[in-house]
Design a protein around this ligand. Structure first.
Ligand SMILES: Cc1cc2nc3c(=O)[nH]c(=O)nc-3n(C[C@H](O)[C@H](O)[C@H](O)COP(=O)(O)O)c2cc1C
Length: 168
């Protein structure tokens, strides 16, 4: 999914992240809390998500807006433990979104953390974990012939979801 965040000046940044869970509470993803997105989320919890299915019906788009909160350490630990070992080492080695002088520097860091954890379990780095996006607006966009698309919008007002249609 595309995840859009903003910094203090209102500058917006978007990138793809993996949706790792969705339920009645919201949408979950995992990342480095010290990355660019992590810094922006610390400044502003408001986010937008966007999904696109090109081959579903005449295309489907789902847009989500809401606020993030960090997942519990236990939930982040559980997901981190399920990741392949290489990804676990990578989470320690990558200073995500910081400037990297050359590729060899990163490879050295990977090798250092492989040595540090040897054959033992790799714990979750404190700077890595999940977020829950609690939606307050979700729009389903269904493509239709002649661009007569359908848009159905759900907005949460004081805990109650209201449904409305939008012109395409
Ligand atoms: C298909 C795909 C899936 C990705 N999934 C994640 C993810 O789940 N978490 C993550 O931190 N970055 C993921 N990335 C990398 C991000 O797009 C991005 O490069 C990185 O998180 C740094 O973003 P930032 O500098 O805005 O913080 C993914 C990239 C692609 C193309």
């Amino acid at each position: 999914m595309t995840l859009a965040t903003a910094d203090n000046s209102g500058r917006v940044s978007a990138r793809i992240v993996l949706l790792k869970g969705v339920d009645e509470n919201g949408f979950r993803f995992f990342t480095n809390y010290e990355s660019l997105k992590g810094a922006q989320l610390a400044a502003h919890p408001q986010v937008a998500l966007c999904f696109h299915w090109k081959l579903l019906r005449e295309q489907v788009q789902v847009r989500v807006e809401g606020e993030v909160e960090t997942l519990s350490a236990a939930e982040s630990d559980a997901y981190f433990a399920s990741r392949p070992r290489g990804s676990q080492i990578g989470a320690w080695a990558s200073l995500q979104s910081q400037s990297l002088p050359d590729r060899a520097t990163f490879e050295q860091r990977v090798a250092e953390f492989e040595r540090r954890f040897n054959a033992g379990p790799v714990p979750r780095p404190p700077h890595w974990g999940g977020y829950l996006v609690r939606p307050d607006r979700i729009e389903f966009w269904y493509g239709a012939l002649h661009r007569l698309h359908e848009r159905v919008c759900y907005t949460n007002k004081d805990g109650v979801w209201e449904r409305s249609l939008l012109y395409p």
